[in-house]
Design a binder for this molecule. Structure first.
Ligand SMILES: Nc1ncnc2c1ncn2[C@@H]1O[C@H](COP(=O)(O)OP(=O)(O)O)[C@@H](O)[C@H]1O
Ligand SMILES: [Mg+2]
Length: 315
């Protein structure tokens, strides 16, 4: 195991060792290792490919459904260690892009590279084995398994079931990083509960934890904050930042929660009618006239990143 990866995991473990119920406004600046903290088993490195380039690249991606051109010449780069946002009005093509990147819908043209390797002809399972994980907008948990067992299945037995469960996870390395993943999204306290006992927000977080438990290099999240309250959403954002910064994974975050996307992402792409109409740091995207036109019909930018409902979604 690479020393850097081991050191990163050590820092991450300390970062997630904070009690799950602690609210962001109660967090202290200094969060060193806890006295007497047990040493968790050392997981494999998250990023074994050793590729120096971007972890995921999409180039000229086009997807057509019968008469509808759902994606037009979409380009996207997910560098190692970065959290990239994808926003756009309802029906813009965000889920279709995740489907295209993960192999759930075929490209009519274009390329997708994972750590430098072209994968556009590979199916979802093969891409998953190369380290690509996703969550689905509408998720299904195994209702007869506890939260912890739901993650255990994802971490240890990826295969046919993951498609049925609404999740694709890498097969590479089979160790369960379940406790670690539960910590990461703050679900440790409810690990033994059944899904029916969870709030909608908690179920969404289980889906994120389940993807994380499989130690992907690239994680594509389709509206993970839908149904979360403001505090849960902030917590999720902080945990996603921890993932990218400490472990060097790449994350694509699709969400309607503008406070979350603009607040935590390194860069943001905006889709409208299947085309990327703006890309850049959150501050510039928020002011971009094309983005404002797409969401608000050219109205003034919102004063705060709080969601502003519009006819075609929220900004
Ligand atoms: N399997 C499909 N067959 C036909 N049309 C689809 C299919 N999936 C998505 N679409 C259409 O593609 C467009 C983009 O949808 P989608 O990617 O779900 O948008 P978003 O996630 O941004 O809300 C929409 O017009 C939608 O109706
Ligand atoms: Mg969608």
């Amino acid at each position: 195991m690479a020393g850097a990866a081991r050191a990163g995991l050590g820092r991450l473990r300390r970062a997630v060792a904070r009690p799950a119920a602690q609210r962001p406004d109660q967090a202290t600046a200094a969060e060193g290792p806890l006295a007497g903290e047990p040493t968790p088993p050392a997981p494999d490195p998250f990023v074994p490919s050793g590729s120096a380039g971007p972890l995921l690249e999409a180039e000229g991606v086009q997807v057509r459904f019968a008469g509808l051109q759902a994606l037009r010449e979409v380009g996207l780069t997910l560098p190692r260690g970065e959290l990239v946002g994808l926003i756009g009005p309802n029906g813009a093509g965000k889920t279709t892009l995740i489907d295209a990147l993960t192999g759930f819908v075929p490209l009519s043209s274009g390329r997708v590279r994972l750590a430098g390797r072209e994968v556009q002809r590979l199916g979802p399972d093969a891409r998953a084995r190369l380290g690509l994980a996703r969550t689905f907008q509408s998720l299904q948990l195994f209702e007869d398994l506890t939260v912890e067992e739901n993650l255990m299945v994802a971490a240890e037995r990826p295969g046919w079931w993951n498609l049925a469960a609404g999740l694709v996870v890498p097969r590479r390395g089979a160790e369960a990083h379940v406790g670690w993943a539960l910590d990461l999204v703050g679900l440790t306290d409810i690990a033994s509960r059944m899904p029916r006992e969870l709030s909608h927000g908690e179920r969404k977080l289980v889906a994120v934890a389940r993807a994380v438990a499989a130690r992907p290099e690239v994680l594509l999240l389709d509206e993970p904050a839908a149904g979360l309250d403001t505090w849960e959403s902030e917590l999720l954002g902080r945990r996603l930042r921890t993932l990218v910064e400490e472990l060097g994974v790449a994350i694509l975050l699709v969400d309607h929660d503008m406070g979350l996307v603009l607040g935590v992402c390194d860069s943001v792409h905006v889709l409208d009618f299947g085309q990327v109409i703006a890309s850049g740091p959150p501050a510039s995207v928020r002011q971009d006239p094309a983005v404002l036109a797409a969401y608000l019909g050219g109205a003034s930018p919102p004063a705060t990143p709080a969601p502003v409902p519009t006819e075609r979604g929220s900004l």
